[in-house]
Ligand binder design. Sequence first.
Ligand code: HSE
Length: 322
Amino acid sequence: MSLTEGVRIKVPASTANLGPGFDTLGMALSLYAWIEMRENDHTAFHLHGEEMKGVPEDKSNLIYKVAQMVFEEAGVTVPELAISMYSEIPLTRGLGSSASAIVGALSAANAMIGSPLPDAKLFDMATGLEKHPDNVGASLFGGFIAAVWDGSHADYIRIAPPANLETLVVIPDFQLSTAKAREALPKAVSLEDAVYNISRSSLLTAALFSGRLDSIHAAMRDRIHQPYRAGLVPGMAEILEEAPNRGALGIALSGAGPTLIAFVERGDNRIEGLRSYLIETMKAKGFSASTLMLRPDSDGVTVLDCDRSISFMDMIRGEVTT
Ligand code: HSE
């Protein structure tokens, strides 16, 4: 593969925290962004789709800047890039759009120059940029991950989620920045609340590892971030209490929100009722919202082996899931 031929990658969205695992647990979801990156005689952007509106088309673009970090780390110079991107991941809604952009850019740039950087290095770089490993780890490795970050290095274990686990996400029609959702958090929590979360985060990890869907309800509860963020998402407190009575195995704020994610068992005949309940509860609070059924993604970011006679957008038209 030559630098001017370039690469195409596909990167999944993600949910973080899963309730108790604040800044630790993440899971990749079947909603995607695609990036094509190649060397060019001048830097150019081809950004497609609703979710790309307003994204900078100059060298301040995140994908461009992250790619340059990879080249610098690898000791390679590729100053001018042609970058194409299409994303179906809603921006600033708690589905890891910025993490998928970072992971996509790292992986595309690394693949373009022959993959000199190992995944562990890409994970450290991604976590350094995002500041927590949950979303980036999920987008990089796929599946469910438990990860820790010491400020310079991230460690993780990946688990394949249970085969019958699916998710129903409700995405309110407003954006909530991670910065704002983190400002709502206290600087310290009590020992009692810390124990509450450690025990549930451990139980959730064990439940997903062993396929014990029956333990998810008790495990997916949190006292260290959701109660403080509930005021930012109308209807959230009520939905977290009520959704398990309507077919959710468990429910949580997805990342920093405002999306809520319900874990459901594939084929459960209560899913349609749960979907109506989520939409109607948001509507009663004055917000419209959309829902998506998403599966856990198992692959994480993937370098596509594709036919370059097919244009980037024609390739994507055959792949989009939403
Ligand atoms: N763990 C992060 C948070 C995810 O909840 O703030 C959002 O990016």
